[in-house]
Design a protein around this ligand. Structure first.
Ligand code: BJ8
Length: 426
């Protein structure tokens, strides 16, 4: 980071000592995982810059927004409709929780054997490590999995949490419930920000967020080419940054990168050899800076062509219609768009199975790697169903269960290499 931001971090309540520890880990990891890649597109420079300033410039922007009377609202799930926050003049930031930090503090209030993502967000908050978390005026929680749902009750002692009841099924009555939750969220955001959501502001916000999704979809389309013009690791990074960067700036930068990638495609330039095995990763979200599995896959000779993850397609597929005339209709459109997300917290979750089979065809994938965080019941249990359906469709799959530690990296690498070898012989 070019500038010294310590004063700013201290003023928002960040524990500088704990924060230093986090910053000491990030740059070497980033250098090792990202800067070691060869032949990266020039347009990645912007995203490298964003990471180099991850706790600097963007936090400063959030603080300026707050100083001007704006609110910052944090979210842990792609079910939180960011259109509504933006329409009320707020900034919605996806809080990441992709690193083990503050575990000792988190374990004082949570069981030891809980999903690392939940432990991480609790550790971040109790340890006052994350300037994004410390910038949030409110956090939006959801009733997706049990662990998160109950953890939000505890989190509410430290930061105001607004809970949204996310249904577990997709029947008509669940859709109605979800629509009313989205409507209540709009009212809550209006009260909290003191700004009315108008037809005009909501329509514009829908267009802005759709613009971001279109750019991400454009990137995904380009990855269907053989050879794919960009690494999966770079795409995951872009998808992670999408959750907290300024919306129009991010969209413009990503579109510029896509322009460059289109030229690469025309010239037949790829990230890897055309014969490199093409892999889709699916499972639990890979929150920043969790790049462990993608790094292992792509340093084993394969290329990741899509992420069926919440830090991936689930975040940006499906747009909200832009033609609605009034806020009521827009709220309905937003609710239906979000209820299309195929999270394993739903039962049944057939949409995810169909999606995976189709993605494998569309992206000409040779195999799918199912990555689940330890103790995540919804994804770990659903992995078996995914495996059966992929088997029926003759799509090879490897199942990985892991956490944020690096101790199992060697063992996972051996399994990934064996999987790639098996695909190669098919
Ligand atoms: S829409 S995947 S972001 S809930 S990994 S905390 S499920 S025990 S993150 Fe998720 Fe929304 Fe679903 Fe996506 Fe629980 Fe599993 Fe942990 Fe999880």
């Amino acid at each position: 980071m070019a500038k010294d931001y310590r004063q700013m971090w201290e003023s928002i309540g960040v524990d500088l000592e704990a924060h230093d520890k986090l910053l000491n880990v990030l740059p070497p990891t980033y250098g090792q995982v990202y800067m070691s890649q060869e032949n990266r597109p020039e347009g990645m420079e912007y995203f490298d810059f964003v990471i180099s300033e991850v706790h600097g410039l963007r936090i400063q922007e959030l603080q300026e927004h707050k100083a001007a009377g704006g609110k910052v609202i944090g979210a842990f799930c792609v079910f939180v409709p960011e259109e509504i926050v933006r329409a009320a003049g707020g900034i919605c930031v996806g809080l990441c929780s992709g690193v083990e930090i503050g575990a000792a503090k988190a374990e004082k209030v949570l069981p030891r054997n809980i999903c690392p993502l939940i432990k991480s967000f609790m550790g971040f908050k109790l340890g006052k490590v994350c300037p994004y978390f410390e910038s949030c005026d409110m956090v939006v929680g959801e009733t997706t999995c049990d662990g998160k749902k109950k953890a939000f009750e505890i989190l509410n002692d430290y930061v105001p949490v607004h809970m949204m009841e996310t249904p577990q099924m997709k029947r008509e009555k669940d859709k109605q419930l979800w629509r009313s939750e989205v409507q209540d969220f709009l009212v809550k955001v209006e009260e909290f920000t003191g700004s009315k959501v108008t037809d005009t502001s909501l329509r514009q916000s829908i267009k802005d967020i759709n613009g971001k999704r279109r750019a991400l979809l454009r990137l995904s389309e380009l990855r269907k080419n053989i050879p794919t013009p960009i690494s999966g690791k770079d795409c995951l990074l872009i998808e992670q940054i999408a959750m907290y960067d300024d919306v129009p700036r991010f969209t413009a930068q990503l579109n510029a990168l896509c322009d460059e990638l289109e030229v690469r495609v025309k010239e037949g330039k790829g990230f890897a050899e055309p014969a490199a095995p093409r892999i889709i990763v699916t499972g639990t979200p890979m929150a920043l800076p969790n790049w462990k599995i993608p790094h292992i896959i792509e340093t084993s000779g394969a290329v990741i062509v899509a992420e069926e993850l919440c830090t991936g397609l689930r975040y940006f597929e499906n747009l909200v219609p832009e033609e609605a005339e009034n806020t009521g209709q827009m709220v309905e459109d937003i609710a239906s768009r979000y209820l299309n997300i195929n999270c394993a917290c739903f039962t049944p979750n057939e949409g995810r199975m169909e999606k995976l089979v189709n993605l494998a065809k569309e992206y000409k994938a040779d195999g799918i790697i199912h990555c689940s965080l330890a103790f995540c019941d919804p994804y770990l249990v659903e992995a078996n169903r995914v495996e059966n359906i992929l088997k029926e469709n003759d799509i090879p799959m490897l199942k990985i269960e892991t956490d944020y530690g690096q101790e199992d990296s060697g063992q996972i690498k051996t399994r990934v290499e064996a999987f790639l070898e098996m695909i190669d012989k098919k």
